[in-house]
Design a protein around this ligand. Sequence first.
Ligand code: PAF
Length: 283
Amino acid sequence: MQTITTVVELRRAINKARSGGKRIGFVPTMGYLHDGHLALVRASQMQSDITVVSIFVNPTQFGPNEDLSAYPRDFPRDEKLCQDAGVAILFAPDAQEIYPPGFNTFVEPGELAKPLCGSFRPGHFRGVATVVSKLFNMVQPDLAFFGQKDFQQCAVVRRMVIDLNLPIEMVTVPTIREIDGLAMSSRNRYLSEEERRRALAISRGLFAAVAKFQAGERDAQELLAIAKQHLETLDRLQYVELVDANTLKPAEGPLCHPAALCAAAHVGSTRLIDNVLLAASVR
Ligand code: PAF
């Protein structure tokens, strides 16, 4: 595995790797890797010839009072995990490399960035869209792999790929969970034992709705009400919403399109998100 920190070196390595007509799979991350990230790496390895992982804690997607400086980091551990997983290129630039002095151009996503997390984290998806488009330009992958846990991020990036005519296939990989249902997240490490127990209300609520859906319930309000019974036990619930999986607009009445049940809550000082799909999976 090559560990690379500059765009110049990265371009050189990618050009060389691509020379035999190889397909490049890209897994963008903010590091502190867990099994969810490794599932993205595995998906990339199955569908492409060369896997590039990036590790960059992107400052522009954090709000002023968010956890940018506290965001967990362990580069030596991440590097070893990538090496062991068979990653070909690990791109780990510093902030100056991505945002050199004078940087002043952003990618502004539209309506998909407004509801759900967008209404609690203004500017977050602008930061995500900007860094992801920069990373796409640097890596020039054929395929890019994102985790379904960040459902709205997937929707925003997929829209961006279409709107900006990026020649990249977006692949969404199902959420990987702990044995008790908690969605894997780098932020789980912030949770105390007691907070971790309380956090299970999120996945319990979502899966209670899935069970009802599987038993035949199709009414959006009913399904949402079932999830709320669990989620509203959390004192700092931000939202639980059932939305059309493509438009992210609230689902109403009997579900006739794929829908996503999405939730976000603070447990202690840790913000957690999760979601489930109620229908055949979105592409
Ligand atoms: O999902 C993440 O880890 C980040 O939002 C991403 C896609 C790497 C952009 O910084």
